[in-house]
Design a protein around this ligand. Structure first.
Ligand code: BV8
Ligand code: ZN
Length: 252
């Protein structure tokens, strides 16, 4: 198992007190959740700004809502994959560990990760744009078309961060701290295009972290990474957990 990984990486992981994993849509691809920009990605048919923005929702609420209702139904059916499970196991191997995710599918928590910072919200939560009342997916998906608030009658939207919207301050600050505290920062399954999330790997590296990218193809982050492990997260992450365990307690 160890052979798959460099002595340098295993050495950094052996010395590490704090490891931070930063994940994007690629981590959920093997659960059957389509990515945004890869082949077959959701955005293939639409540009992000056309759907994931407040003015798209105001301009064409039915289209935007239908897209989210469709994604809610997909996400309700999928399971965490071995990559999510490996990150939950890895959390138990280090004194400090955090997952910072751009994903809104709640799969890290469902896989057992305890410390998860959701930068872009969570598709299982919804709220009224008028009075802020919260709604579950069961409540909103029971209504036909764009759900209406039972209190004030205004439209209900998914509790996700749209383009042009600020990220939740608390989650952002915790994520910056997790990036700055990391001895090893794993950037996994993200194209590194969407800001400010995509600035976290740089923030971490500037604070001295060993930056490792895990992705099937190179991205804008690959050039600044200390190591690029080419492959999918569901394959590489379980092997990495095994290699850490074997390095810690050599067999025989
Ligand atoms: C903000 C939630 C300001 C919703 C998302 C011009 C116009 C408008 C805005 C901007 C602009 N220029 C810059 C901006 C800012 C904008 C931005 O960065 N735009 C980009 C497109 C240039 N950012 C924002 O608007 C942010 N807000 O800036 O606010 C502000 C400041 C102060 C006060 C008020 C306002 C908000 C951004 C959040 C947008 N919301 N999602 C939803 O999901 O519906 S973004 C969406 O894309 C996802 O959250 C996702 O995180 C994000 C990035 O995608 P990735 O996760 O990286 O996924 P992707 O498909 O791109 O890549 C997948 C990768 O996985 C690939 O590399 C692939 O190779 C790999 N992969 C595939 N299979 C596997 C795999 N990896 C591993 N294993 C596999 N099996
Ligand atoms: Zn309301």
């Amino acid at each position: 198992m160890r052979g798959r990984f460099s002595d340098r990486l295993l050495g950094k992981l052996m010395e590490a007190d704090w490891v931070t994993a930063f994940t994007g849509a690629g981590v959920s691809a093997e659960s059957g959740v389509p990515t945004f920009r890869g082949t077959g990605g959701i955005w293939a048919r639409f540009k992000p700004e056309e759907l994931a923005s407040m003015d798209a929702f105001m301009r064409n609420p039915d289209l935007v809502w239908e897209w989210y209702a469709h994604r809610k139904r997909i996400i309700a059916e999928v399971q965490p994959n071995p990559g999510h499970v490996a990150l939950a196991q890895m959390e138990l191997l280090f004194a400090g560990f955090a997952v910072i995710t751009q994903n809104i599918d709640n799969l890290h928590r469902r896989a057992g990760s305890a410390t998860v910072h959701e930068l872009h919200g969570n598709i299982e939560r919804n709220y009224c744009i008028g009075c802020g009342r919260r709604y579950s997916n069961a409540e909103v998906l029971a209504q036909k078309g764009v759900p209406r608030c039972t209190e004030c009658g205004k439209a209900v939207r998914p509790d996700v961060v749209w383009f042009g919207e600020q990220l939740p301050l608390e989650e952002w600050e915790r994520s910056v701290r997790a990036a700055q505290s990391a001895d090893v920062f794993l950037s996994i399954g993200t194209s590194g295009i969407v800001y400010p999330a995509a600035s976290l790997p740089q923030i971490s590296r500037r604070s001295g972290a060993y930056l490792v990218e895990i992705n099937p193809e190179p991205t804008p982050l690959t050039d600044i990474a200390d190591e690029f492990l080419q492959g999918t997260s569901a394959t590489i992450l379980p092997l990495l957990v095994k290699a850490i365990e074997e390095t810690r307690t050599p067999q025989g």
